[in-house]
Design a binder for this molecule. Structure first.
Ligand code: COA
Length: 179
């Protein structure tokens, strides 16, 4: 049976996928929806400056930032990221109007290629147990569930208040093709 896929939308060819600069930090708040992450973003940008994180965004000329994904190269949880072989992917999102057209897949390929160049062999990520659509995407890309994660963490929001998060998740991992 032959399956004919629709052609990719024209905007997809114009998207630029690149590293985040300091000037992009406000755009990562998505017109205020993620303003509560302001301090956390400033913090992870510092990690990127020091070379322990890699922050990616997708930009559409005239429209601005339409997607993002963050990579932590090391962490105090070596089962997630150990600075040498295993890196942790998080904060992955595409703006709703641009979802389901292949951009997320394209970003994942770029991120994985970059990690291979840096000598990493594994990517880990946590996907919400209530997010089967994203889990299916990761499985299609070669990730498998390897553990259950309680998903309890906290951060300080833009007003300096602590926010507790409770997002039970599955930890997934992929072995990168290094040859
Ligand atoms: C998950 C996400 C980053 C993927 O980006 P994308 O550009 O939509 O991905 P692609 O077009 O390459 O692939 C689409 C696949 O992602 C899945 N997907 C997951 N969440 C989706 C959503 N909210 N809208 C559309 N597709 C979604 C689709 O089901 C599709 O898989 P399928 O073909 O098996 O149905 C994006 O959909 C998104 O931002 N979702 C909301 C935030 C989120 O869930 N992030 C992941 C956290 S672990």
């Amino acid at each position: 049976m032959t399956i004919t896929l629709p052609p990719p939308p024209t905007w997809l060819h114009q998207v630029i996928i690149r590293n985040v600069t300091q000037a992009d930090l406000i755009a990562l708040e998505w017109e205020g929806e993620f303003q509560h992450f302001r301090r956390m973003y400033a913090d992870i940008f510092e990690h990127a400056r020091k070379g322990t994180s890699v922050l990616w965004l997708a930009e559409l000329p005239e429209k601005g930032v339409i997607g993002q994904v963050f990579i932590q190269l090391n962490s105090n949880r070596p089962e997630l990221a150990d600075g040498v072989l295993r890196a942790y992917l998080y904060g992955f999102r595409i703006k709703p109007a641009y979802r389901g057209c292949g951009l997320g897949t394209q970003m994942m390929h770029i991120v994985e290629k970059d990690l291979v160049k840096r000598g990493f062999h594994y990517v880990t990520l946590n996907v919400g147990r209530d997010n089967p659509d994203a889990r299916r995407l990761y499985e299609r890309l070669g990730y498998t569930v390897i553990a259950a994660e309680p998903g309890i963490w906290s951060y300080i929001d833009d007003r300096g208040e602590r926010r507790d998060v409770n997002e039970p998740a599955w930890r997934m991992q992929k072995q990168l093709r290094t040859t």
